[in-house]
Each structure stands twice: as C-alpha cells, then as structure tokens.
Design a protein around this ligand. Structure first.
Ligand SMILES: [Zn+2]
Length: 440
C-alpha cells in the first residue's frame, strides 16, 4: 500500500471515528455490573474445581462487589502465593475490566490444555476483582456513589493530600479523597482482601491518563519521605512488565519507535513513580502487605486526550471496538509474557519463582504449628511500611530481593527471636525454614 493511500485511509478512519462518536450518544448501562457478576457466578458453577466466587463487600450503592479466585482446589486456602488484578477503580475507565475478563477467560479455557497456564493455575491463587467501583462503572463516572475518588481514599499519607494542589478535600473535585481514610465500602473491601491474602503481586488498571504511551506506576515518589525499602526490585519488576507491553505491541499499530530504552521510549510505557503518594491504592497495598503492587495506565491511543476517558469496548462504534480489542490483546499478552519469562522459571517441569529472594515457613519448635511471625531483613525496613509477616495458616513467607547476603531476624511475642544471615543468589528463591522456640 503506498503512503498516499495509507494517509487517505487514516483520514477516512479518523472522520468515521469522529462521526461515530458524535452519533453515539452516551449510554447509561445500569445492568452491566450485574452482567459481570452473572458471568463470574456462572464460571464458578461450571468450573468449581478452579473458580471460586466471593462477594468481598457491598458498593456505595449497596450492590455486590464480586471477586473470583482461579486456582486448583479453588475453594481451599492452599500454601500458594496470591496475585491480585483489579479491573476498575475509576468507573469512567472500563478498559481494565475488559482486560481482566479476557485473562479470566483465557486462564479458564486453557486450563488442562495449555501447559503454562495449567501450571500457573495449579501453583498460584489468582484473584480478580473486575469491578471495584460498581456505581462509577454503571454511570461511567470516576468517583463512587458518595462522590469520593476511591484512588485517594487509601490510608497511605491520606492526610497529606490537602497539602498538594489537588483540591482533594473539596467534594466537588474529581480527586476528592473522602471524609476519612477507608471511609468508602469499596476501599474497605479491597483492603480486607489484601490483608487476608497478602498477594505477592498486584495490578490495578486505569485508562484515564492522556500520556500517549501509557504508564506503569510503582510505589512511591516524593522527596518528603525515603524511597520504598524494596525500591530496586519494585523498579525491576515494573521495567520488565513495561518491556512486555512494548514487545506485545509490535505490529499492533501503536508503536512508533523501537527504542528499548526505558523511561524515554514512546513505545514501551514509561515506568513512573507514583507522584504525590497521597491516598492511592498501590502505595497502601505495598506499604501494608508487602505486595509488589502497580498501577497500569493503559495507553489511550487511538483515543486521544480529547476523549480522555476511554469508551467501553461494547459501545457501538466499530472503530472504537477494534482499537479497544487491540489494547485488550496487548495487555493480556503482556501479562502472560511477563508471567512466563520474568516471574517464573521452569524447574523439574514446573514453574517456580525465578526470584531472587527468600521463602520459607516459620513454625513452633514444640508443636510444629505454623506461626504468623515478623520477618525483618536488615536494611529493608522503613517508617512507612508495616512489618512483613508470615501467613498465619501456613507459616509461609515470600520475599523478593536483589541477589546478595542478608541478615534476617524473625520474631514473635512469646518466642525466642531467631537471627541469622543468608545468601540470596540469582535465579531462585533461597529457602529459609525456621522453628521458633517458645519462651518459658
Ligand atoms: Zn484512573
């Protein structure tokens, strides 16, 4: 195809897009959140061995907030690391929902057929909350029914928000943080799930930022407080994910440069630190639970900044639908590529975390029972992160770390503290199983 024909086609497509947007009146789709719930419930009924449905709370308009867990023995809490994907926290940004639904469908359809996916489902507990902001999604509104920006309502330096120019104390502002941290039922629902599951990795999708290349945002950036103790690993994981988005976009039509350089490429989403760091989800999730939690801003192209909030792909306009499908494919491919090549390696034909890092179980020396103990790694504490603890049900902990040697202290009240040093090497998680002796 020559350049002129291409240019004409592009012009035609743009005009059709514009006309389509003018002709397509904004639609209020009250029933769509219900449809998602019906779909998830149906999946849990048809595939009960790998899909577990749970209502994690009620929204600000008293509707169920639905979650599903995909894992083998889905109804059991097993000794497996959890992942968490949240589709919609800002209701006007529905693309994240479509990506989580596609991942859910792929994982379920490919279980028992595709080796990689079967291994992941067997080895991990993969949680999805496709629609956290139910009211906002139904009305394509950023905030919830109480007029609160849920992504400013988390209890991470929430009080500091007012010191910025975001106007977050003003109920009329799109960034209104609410009357108190976790004042909203939606943020409380996700808070409780995170504290119960303590996921190893988490992603919340957004699609409302006009940055042409999208963004991968990691906890946190402000000169007011020290960087996160896990800064190096948080960045490495984010950069790797960004690379997968770029790679999966090749041939997708959104890529204008092949630069592999992070942070400057117009092709890979740049890795950003969360600016401001007042009340946003990922900062709190990381600080409270140790989760490597990220905000993925989906590139709005070809929706330019005039259409800041991306339309729902189920809207009628075929060009929007096509573009949305492209995004959905790109990001779900990226997540699968990232899982396959970066997070996990194969050992004895099974996926294991490449690490590097530490994992192990903390148990009572007398009874052999699992313990929820505090695992402290020298140099990895900070005033803004909660102590990292082992799972009360299994005694298990997971810690991603750069390769190196570490001094570890394990404490629990009523037990003698344990301290030791351990070498963490590239390519694996070093085992650290510790029994604590009760004090008499
Ligand atoms: Zn958003």
């Amino acid at each position: 195809m020559n350049e002129r024909v291409k240019a004409n086609l592009r012009l035609g497509a743009m005009l059709a897009l514009l006309l389509g947007l003018i002709l397509t009146a904004p639609r209020v789709a009250i029933s769509q959140a219900e449809n998602v719930i019906t779909t998830l419930k149906q999946l849990s009924r048809t595939r009960p061995n790998i899909v577990h449905y749970r209502e994690i709370g009620r929204s600000s308009n008293h509707r169920p907030i639905a979650a599903i867990k995909i894992s083998d023995n889905a109804n059991l809490e097993e000794d497996e690391p959890a992942f968490l994907f949240v589709g919609i926290i800002h209701g006007a940004e529905p693309l994240g929902l479509k990506i989580t639904l596609k991942l859910i469908q792929e994982f379920i359809d490919s279980y028992g057929k595709n080796h990689d996916i079967t291994d992941w489902v067997n080895a991990y507990e993969i949680w999805f909350v496709p629609v956290l902001n139910v009211w906002g999604y139904e009305r394509r509104a950023r905030k919830n029914a109480n007029g609160v920006d849920l992504n400013r309502n988390f209890d991470f330096r929430w009080e500091r928000c007012i010191a910025t120019n975001q106007d977050c104390a003003n109920p009329a502002s799109p960034f209104y943080r609410g009357p108190a941290p976790f004042s909203e039922p939606e943020t409380r629902a996700i808070r409780d799930l995170v504290l119960e599951q303590r996921p190893l990795f988490g992603i919340t999708f957004h699609a409302g930022n006009p940055s042409p290349s999208g963004e991968v945002m990691r906890p946190w950036a402000t000169n007011e407080i020290p960087p996160p103790p896990d800064n190096i690993k948080l960045l490495e994981v984010a950069q790797n994910f960004a690379m997968w988005v770029r790679q999966s976009r090749e041939g997708g039509g959104f890529c204008r440069s092949d630069s592999p350089i992070f942070d400057v490429s117009v092709c890979a989403p740049p890795v950003m630190r969360m600016l401001g760091a007042y009340g946003q989800s990922s900062n709190w999730v990381y600080a409270a639970a140790g989760t490597f939690d990220y905000i993925i801003e989906i590139a709005p192209k070809p929706f330019n900044d005039r259409f800041l909030y991306t339309p729902d792909p189920t809207d009628d306009n075929p060009l929007i639908l096509l573009a949305a499908l492209e995004h959905i494919r790109n990001y779900s491919d990226a997540i699968r590529g990232w899982l396959r090549w970066f997070l996990l390696g194969k050992q004895n034909n099974h996926f294991v975390f490449r690490g590097p890092g530490l994992t192990g179980k903390i148990t009572d020396a007398a009874t052999n029972q699992p313990l929820a103990a505090t695992i402290e790694i020298e140099g990895f504490n900070g005033p803004y992160t909660q102590p990292r603890t082992s799972d009360p049900l299994t005694g298990r902990f997971w810690r991603l770390l750069p390769a190196g040697s570490y001094t570890v202290t394990i404490t629990k009240s009523g037990y003698r503290p344990w301290a030791g040093s351990i070498e963490v090497r590239n390519g694996a998680l070093a085992p650290l199983n510790v029994t604590l002796v009760p004090e008499r």
